[in-house]
Design a protein around this ligand. Structure first.
Ligand SMILES: Cc1ncc(COP(=O)(O)O)c(C=O)c1O
Length: 382
């Protein structure tokens, strides 16, 4: 397939955008966004304290089915703090997938640890339980409750699976496996707000999970993220450590730990409350778009990726697998030249210069997918 013009025309039709730029994803503000943001301005509480911060956390707890949600300045900061809360310390190793956005590995490094890059499952695009099992059995041992990497003597302190493009990964299997090895699971659910496995929300399976509300996500706060946990104690500590560890007092400045200023400002939370009110509608619209894409690509030799069985994804970014890299590159060229924004998968994190010395497995599935995948325009129509 070399002439992509008919296919690109049909992609435009799906989005009812016959001409002009068709973005990969753009936020939609049709609800109470202006009203809430102006209300936050009028209240003078625009920074890290305010009614919308509490309201957004309550809404997230409700939607995600967790006891505590703590909103942060962005998803990377949320993941950094979550790793610390899970016990990751300088010198540790953290098992994760090479097929992810760079923030996953950056947060691990910010915590002073090194990522161990393992392969993903072809069906979920998320961390493969088999790859983790193989790594643990082959290269690790349990010593006094901790999991140690035999060759380096370093502790494997956490496992960070990612729910890629909103497809739920096999997180329950990973949690069971990691529990047997004494490794806490921190879910990177940055892309998966609204995605569920048998009704249970992604990010709620591990000891902790995180979300992102960046402008390109299904719901945005401008910039923002959240830490999710079912542990009241960890939730309380998350709130404390992301708010400069200030002891509650009406006027005194007393801080009892080295901490971060990672709290989400009220102004951003106001936007988020209005956006979250429309989450169900956004998910429904994106799932309907995925159905239309599936019908369109059924007529091609390419594979439109559907969510893993037993799960309901948010289809944050719809994706199609082409037959090879050359064909993928030709499609990317043609689409972007015609104003239809298409994007390749990320370069594998294990190949980035700052991570090239980190341990990894063969990454065969990750490489195969990364060489052939294209993300399609996936925005919720205004
Ligand atoms: C997988 C993944 N992890 C972490 C992040 C970090 O989120 P943020 O951009 O809000 O820092 C993102 C998104 O941007 C992401 O896609």
């Amino acid at each position: 397939m070399n002439d992509f013009s008919e296919l690109l025309r049909r992609i435009r039709l799906l989005h009812e955008r016959p001409e002009g730029a068709l973005p990969l994803h753009a936020p939609v503000f049709q609800g109470r966004e202006r009203e809430y943001v102006l209300d936050a301005v009028d209240s003078s509480f625009v920074s890290s304290v305010g009614a919308y911060v509490n309201r957004l956390e309550d809404m997230l707890q409700d939607i995600c089915g967790v006891r505590r949600a703590v909103v942060c300045v962005n998803g990377t900061a949320a993941l950094h703090a979550a790793l610390f809360l899970a016990g990751v310390r300088p010198g540790d190793l953290v098992v994760t997938q090479a097929f992810s956005f760079v923030a996953t590995a950056n947060a691990i490094r910010h915590a002073g640890a090194d990522p161990v890059f393992l392969d993903v499952d072809a069906e979920t695009l998320g961390l493969s339980p088999q790859a983790v099992r193989d790594f643990l059995v082959r290269e690790c041992g349990r010593v006094e409750g901790a999991c140690l990497h035999k060759a380096s003597g370093r502790r494997v302190a956490a496992c960070v699976p990612m729910h890629t493009f909103g497809f739920p990964c096999r997180v329950q299997e990973l949690c069971e496996l990691c529990a047997a090895w004494g490794i806490p699971v921190v879910e990177d659910a940055a892309e998966a707000l609204g995605s569920r496995i048998a009704g249970r929300h992604c990010g709620s399976f591990g000891l902790l999970g995180i979300l992102s509300f960046n402008g390109n996500k299904i719901v945005t706060t401008g910039g923002g993220g959240a830490i999710l946990t079912d542990s009241e104690a960890l939730g309380e500590l998350a709130k404390h450590l992301t708010t400069t560890a200030k002891r509650p007092h009406p006027w005194e400045y007393r801080h009892d730990a080295v901490a971060w200023n990672y709290r989400m400002p009220n102004l951003n939370a106001a936007l988020g409350c209005a956006q979250l009110e429309r989450l169900d509608e956004f998910v429904a619209r994106k799932r309907a778009l995925a159905d239309r894409y599936a019908a369109l690509f059924a007529d091609t030799p390419w594979e439109f990726l559907r969510e893993p069985e037993g799960s309901a994804g948010n289809y944050w970014l719809c994706s199609v697998l082409l037959r090879g890299t050359e064909e993928r590159d030709a499609f990317l060229e043609a689409g972007n030249a015609a104003g239809v924004m298409l994007r390749p998968a990320w370069e594998l994190l294990a190949d980035l210069p700052m991570y090239e010395n980190c341990p990894r497995d063969g990454l065969g599935v990750s490489r195969g997918i990364a060489a052939r995948l294209v993300n399609l325009p996936s925005g919720v129509r205004a």
